[in-house]
Each structure stands twice: as C-alpha cells, then as structure tokens.
Design a protein around this ligand. Structure first.
Ligand code: UT7
Length: 337
C-alpha cells in the first residue's frame, strides 16, 4: 500500500514581548530606516529573560494548537520531529522534552539540525515515515529562542536586528488520495560554506565552553553567531530559485501552477527577488518577516499557519515551501493542499 502524507493541522506561538527597530536602536548603533530598507523587518518577538519560556515550551504551545486543529488526540501521535538551532540543552535535544511536556506515550523523537532549512528537512523526514506506512501521524515542530544568544551590541548588529523568537508546528498525517498532500521534497547541502553562517562554540571539535572559560580571552567571540551577510544573500537567491524549479520539474508543473509560495523568512528583499523571478503576484507570496524577523526553523511553520488562518491556503491549491540557510542547506516542498 502506498500513501501520501498531508498536513492536517497547523499552529504557531510567538512570545508576547514585541521589540521594534526603535527599541533596538537604543541598544545598538542602528535605525529603523536601515533595517526596513535592507530586510523589511519592522519588529520581532524576544522571549523575556527569566520568563521560563524556552524553545521547547514555545514548540509545545504551537503543537497543542496544531493537534487541536488536526482533530486528533495527542496519544495518536506516532513520532516527533523537532527542528531548531537553539535547543534548551546542548543535549538531549528538545524532541524528548516535547514528548515529556505533552505527556504522550514513549514515541520516538528526532532532532533536526538544519537551521533555516530545518522545517523543510523535518517535513521531509515526516513525509518519508508516513509515505512508507510506518507512522500515521507525525508531529513536526520548528522553534527558536535566538534572542538570548545574540551579541546585542553594535558589533553584532548585522545579526541581532534580523533574528527573532517563535515556534510553529504541523501534524503530518496519512493520506490515501495520491493526488493530494506532499508531492515531493528536495533537500541539498554545501558544507564548503559551513562557516559563512555559523556558531562555532560550543562544539566538541572546535571550541568547547570549558576552553573558552579557561582561556578567558575577551576577543574570543566564537560563542556568538557569525554571518557573512552579502555572501549568504547571493547564495540564497540562487539556491531558492533552483530548488523551487527542481520541485516543479519533478512534478511536471510550471511556475504558473503555483498558488502560494511560502518562503523561509530570511529577508524580504530575497522573497521579493524570488517573487519577481517567478512572476508571482503579491497575493501569491506569503511574507510576515515584517512582524517576526527571521525565526530560522520556525519561520516557515509560523508563516504557513498564518497564511492558512487568513484563508490563503485552500483545498486543491499548489503550495510551495522553500528555504535556504546555514550549512549551507536548502530545500523545497511541493504540496497539493
Ligand atoms: O536565514 C538564513 C539566511 N540569512 C540570510 O539570508 C541573510 C542574508 N543577508 C542579508 O540579509 C543582508 O546581507 C543583511 C541584511 C544581513 C545586511 O545587508 P547588506 O545590504 O548586505 O549590508 P552589509 O552587511 O553590506 O553592510 C552595509 C553597511 C555596513 O557599513 P559600511 O561598511 O558600509 O560603513 C555595515 O556596517 O551597513 C552596516 N550595517 C548596519 N547599519 C545599521 C550592518 N548592520 C547594520 C545595522 N544597522 N543593523
């Protein structure tokens, strides 16, 4: 028996605390005009320190909404896939914490480490398990608490103005109609550029926390994320286009068949470039980076949830998800809703 997999429930959660561009300009040398012009971002959410909110707790809240909308009982979840670059603990990963916090059976829990492409990778994993018949309902989460790990001084401004916190979740479920659901996923990596967008410590092979403490070198910034912005931007526009085209071709579809493109919310300028390249209207590309910044693995599930809530994802629509980020990794998913 062959199956397809289908997203039957979506949910998102963002922390309450809104941080505007003007708020950031009080801490670092930046301004609203620069941030808006270069990225499209107007505000983002930051978890309040000491609030107890974590990548896992946000993921759980998003998951609870997705489970309810899917109309399933949480005990019907057969497997958890959790994508993040900002886990609560270095190990164990947040998948097991979700299993604990949701209070569900001892189902398997897998952590995906593919940064901005994390949700597309996680969705692809879920799709394979469901398609093969191994699992019926897979909970897929993308969640990030990035704000506490960024350099909130002028030194880190090319990163700290961009990234935000939040979570999104999807229930991926068995679909017997093979014309519906996830038609295909396409995943890529190019490790040659691993360091172009990276956080090198803690890492057993490079800089472990104990080394940093021992050396006590104020110049050592390897515990902050690093990004070569222009280089990442140039690669992103090429790879986004390639992987969307690859997905369309694999299904004998063309750009005219796209109902809605939900790109990873990396930078509004990247999304606009792709929109123009594919000849899509404003209604055919969903963007919410203005409100949330770049929430890495959470950005696609948050955007997809909001698009669905706004009635922009309808039965029969061809929905395209595409992402690019650290690794480099990139990917797409072609979905017949
Ligand atoms: O999600 C994963 C994938 N990530 C991405 O796709 C991000 C891709 N990259 C980008 O979005 C852009 O490269 C950025 C938004 C990060 C930066 O925009 P840019 O147009 O590439 O700016 P830049 O890095 O070339 O910097 C231009 C100037 C520099 O000043 P000088 O050297 O020209 O005097 C920077 O120091 O802007 C300065 N700058 C800032 N100024 C005000 C950098 N960050 C800021 C800031 N506020 N936050």
């Amino acid at each position: 028996m062959t199956y397809h997999s289908k997203i039957i429930g979506l949910g998102h959660y963002v922390p309450e605390n809104i941080v505007t561009n003007d708020d950031l300009s009080k801490l670092i040398d930046t301004n609203d005009a620069w941030i808006k012009e270069r990225t499209g971002i107007e505000q983002r959410r930051h978890v309040v320190k000491g609030s107890g909110e974590t990548t896992t707790t946000m993921g759980v809240k998003a998951a609870q909404v997705a489970i309810e909308r899917a109309g399933i009982d949480k005990q019907e979840i057969d497997f958890i896939v959790f994508a993040t670059l900002s886990p609560d603990y270095y190990f164990p990963g947040p998948g097991v914490l979700v299993q604990r916090d949701l209070g569900i059976d001892t189902v398997g829990a897998l952590d995906v480490r593919n940064q901005c492409s994390g949700f597309v990778y996680a969705l692809s994993v879920a799709d394979q398990y469901v398609k093969s018949g191994m699992y019926k309902n897979v909970l897929v989460i993308g969640s990030e608490l990035q704000s506490h790990g960024m350099d909130m001084t002028t030194r880190g401004r090319n990163i700290s103005v961009i990234f935000g916190d939040g979570a999104g979740a999807a229930i991926v479920s068995r679909e017997e109609d093979l014309t519906k659901g996830i038609l295909s996923t396409h995943l890529h990596s190019e490790g040659e550029h691993a360091e172009a967008l990276s956080l090198l410590a803690p890492g057993m092979g490079s800089r472990w926390v104990t080394d940093i403490l021992e050396e006590n070198d104020p110049e050592d910034l390897s515990y902050y994320p690093y990004m070569d912005g222009q280089f990442v931007f140039k690669n992103a526009v090429v790879r986004f286009s390639e992987v969307i085209n690859e997905g369309l071709r694999a299904n004998e579809l063309t750009k005219e068949d796209i109902s809605l493109l939900v790109p990873h919310q990396a930078n509004l300028r990247i999304a606009q470039f792709i929109q123009k390249k594919f000849g899509l209207s404003n209604d055919q590309v969903f963007n919410n980076i203005m409100k949330y910044g770049n929430t890495t693995a959470a950005s696609i599930p948050i955007a997809l949830t909001e698009a669905w809530e706004q009635g922009k994802v309808k039965e029969g629509d061809l929905v395209v998800l595409a992402a690019f980020g650290s690794g480099f990794t990139w990917g797409s998913a072609i979905i017949r809703w």
